[in-house]
Design a binder for this molecule. Structure first.
Ligand SMILES: [Zn+2]
Length: 675
């Protein structure tokens, strides 16, 4: 019983914190809060809230079941302490740690059988037939209990109690926020006086001389506030994880129309500029525009993809299983592992030592990790951009001629040092090439590897005290594997016959490493063995029988390879050797022999030529997830350089092009690169 009482007391305190976003540690403070509650709800109003008064010891089961808990559990065993300054001054606006919230919800859901940790309406909305899934998500009302609590919580923010316990003091809120909070409170008050939820919000919107969208916005704000007491409508364009774009169809349509007006070369900056117009800001009750980062996210939400102009097919793969899998399970863990050793800069500060955050943890050698982002971009003499926001509906068109000379730039950039180069600027890994002089004007894998070599030379020579990571995007040319690297895709199941051994065709190279061509101009190929795999303990497994074996030199076949790895014959006998066209059901790893082998760790973790090459010199390569250009900050460097480039005098001369491009690239200050 005692245990239950402690639990109930914890819950009580927890809930009080949830109302005001602050920890309650002293009885005096608890009294202030409770007085406030009883002022709102006289004992005869029938509401369950009275149960959280300290005098009437409530049973846990009688506690309000649908109040979200996002508070930390105060330590009730600790002696009462005087109020801290922040407790006296009112709520704190930092957000509660989500993990903690989850744990506490779980804790309480165990204590109280019927406890529902979140209000039922916080479940994601289902798209209604004929309506956009981005429509109004907040049509369903909150429970009256949540509404009452929200009124009280808003009251504590709008009228923070004095330390003496008598009266209120002025809140430190800007006018905009204050108005919004008052409007939210008005909606809730009306709602609690038995008005309908939609009615209440729309009535207040009309009373405020605003359109129906404001009613919707109010509902959205209230919902966010009830779900997370730290979520205040400080930002007209969205708060927390919810963007205004998702809650406001009008805004969505308006922005779409605006982008279409802009024509072919739309930029994320166009959204920023548009929302910065006084007239637009006034309509949306905003004081500032959105950030470029938000604009980039919105571009995708609006059905644009940052990509090369369509040259053929296009697949929107943002949420494709393999992309998500790579992003969540490979890229992000690799990234977070590095994070503690990265240098971090305070926003908007100058390049001074005092403005640099040192990494929180350092290795015994006190080394920092420097991340170098690689990218390629094309500059045109007549400034036709190659990369742009492309509506998903746009089809391929033949690439127009007459864009003038073009120049491709491939380079690396880091927040620590800017463009990759020696301190005197004489040595760099920057590549400028004129498309046309080479196939497609793009890098081949060989070029990429060669450029990486140059980069590593500079890094090893001038920055030997840092660890370096080269980050590339997920282009096919970057990911290329060596010809003989292991793959289960085309392997036969059975051991090869002597007259037809299974080998891998690979280009024949001369002594200097160049492709040999035959008299008709065709590439001369030769057949080589596939590289060996690895057993679990790391020892190599050749896929060809050894000397002395009766099948010496012949390919073993998938079946033998799996048996050698310890798969029992009885199990293999039950497997077909391949699902039709190797289109196995998603997520399966044991449906067929090829899939089993394909899923083996050594087959899964084949390194690209580039990774292998850099690995040998102790430099790590990381590939960005596909369809996530926003993760590569060098995009913004190009954008900035092109902006500068367009302001230089126009010229069709190739020398001018190169000089202008270089000048534009050099024009970017390092403080901008750090953003
Ligand atoms: Zn299969």
């Amino acid at each position: 019983m005692k245990c239950k009482q402690v639990a109930a007391r914890k819950l009580k305190l927890g809930m009080l914190k949830s109302e005001v976003g602050q920890t309650v540690t002293s009885p005096r403070h608890l009294d202030i809060l409770n007085d406030n509650i009883s002022a709102q709800f006289p004992p005869d109003d029938g509401h369950k809230f009275r149960s959280i008064r300290p005098s009437g010891e409530p049973k846990p089961a009688a506690l309000i079941p649908d109040i979200p808990i996002w508070a930390t559990v105060p330590d009730v065993t600790a002696p009462p302490s005087p109020l801290t300054k922040s407790e006296v001054n009112g709520p704190r606006y930092e957000s509660a740690p989500p993990l903690e919230m989850k744990l506490i919800s779980e804790l309480y859901s165990g204590l109280i059988p019927d406890f529902d940790p979140l209000p039922s309406w916080s479940t994601p909305p289902k798209p209604v037939d004929g309506l956009s899934p981005y429509g109004d998500n907040n049509r369903s009302p909150p429970s009256r209990a949540s509404a009452h609590l929200a009124i009280m919580s808003l009251d504590l923010i709008l009228r923070p109690p004095r330390t003496t316990g008598n009266g209120y003091k002025q809140p430190k809120l800007n006018t905009n926020l204050k108005t919004r909070l008052q409007d939210m409170q008005s909606v809730l008050r009306l709602f609690c006086k038995d008005a309908g939820w939609m009615d209440a919000s729309e009535t207040i919107a009309v009373a405020k001389g605003r359109g129906p969208y404001y009613g919707r916005t109010l509902r959205h704000w209230i919902k966010s506030f009830i779900t997370d007491g730290n979520s205040l409508p400080t930002n007209a364009w969205g708060s927390g994880n919810v963007s205004r774009l998702d809650t406001d169809d009008g805004l969505r349509d308006e922005l779409r129309a605006h982008l279409q007006d802009r024509g072919k070369y739309v930029r994320a900056q166009d959204l920023v500029d548009y929302l910065d117009r006084d007239e637009v800001k006034a309509r949306y009750h905003a004081t500032v525009s959105i950030s470029l980062k938000t604009a980039q996210r919105w571009m995708e939400d609006l059905g644009y993809n940052w990509t090369d102009s369509p040259t053929g097919q296009y697949v929107d793969g943002h949420e494709r299983v393999d992309v998500v899998d790579y992003r969540q399970n490979i890229f992000l863990p690799a990234w977070f592992a590095k994070e503690p050793r990265l240098r971090v800069w305070l926003e908007g500060t100058k390049d001074e030592p005092g403005n640099m955050h040192q990494p929180t943890h350092t290795s015994p050698l006190n080394r920092r990790t420097v991340v170098w982002y690689h990218d390629e971009s094309v500059f045109y003499a007549h400034d036709r951009r190659e990369r742009r926001w492309v509506p998903v509906t746009e089809n391929a068109v033949p690439r127009p001629k007459g864009e003038g000379h073009s120049l491709m730039v491939a380079d690396f950039v880091s927040a620590d040092y800017g463009w990759l180069r020696s301190p005197d600027g004489k040595e760099s890994a920057r590549v400028l090439l004129r498309p046309g002089a080479r196939r497609d004007g793009y890098f081949t894998n060989d070029d990429i590897v060669e450029q990486a070599t140059k980069a590593m030379d500079v890094l090893k020579k001038y920055y030997p005290n840092d660890d370096h990571v080269l980050v590339y995007d997920n282009a096919t040319t970057h990911l290329k594997r060596s010809r003989d690297s292991i793959s289960a895709r085309r392997m036969p199941m059975k051991t090869s016959k002597p007259e037809k051994n299974w080998l891998v065709p690979t280009p024949s190279l001369d002594e200097s490493g160049d492709q040999i061509f035959n008299s008709k101009g065709g590439k001369v190929m030769k057949l080589i063995e596939m590289a060996p795999g690895r057993f679990d303990d790391g020892t190599p497994q050749s896929f060809y029988f050894p000397k002395g074996h009766r099948h010496a030199g012949l390919f073993k076949g998938m079946r033998v390879i799996l048996e050698e790895r310890g798969f029992p014959a009885s199990q293999l006998n039950k497997l077909k050797w391949e699902c039709k066209n190797f289109h196995c059901r998603a997520g399966r790893t044991n449906c067929c022999m090829r899939r089993v082998l394909y899923s083996q760790p050594d087959f899964q973790n084949v390194k690209s030529v580039l990774e292998d090459h850099c690995d040998r010199r102790g430099i790590e390569v990381l590939f960005l997830p596909k369809f996530h250009p926003e993760l590569n900050p060098i995009e913004q460097c190009w954008g900035r350089a092109k902006w500068y480039y367009r302001r230089l005098p126009a010229s069709s001369l190739e020398e001018d092009l190169e000089r202008n491009v270089v000048e534009s690239l050099e024009s970017i200050p390092i403080t901008l690169m750090r953003r």
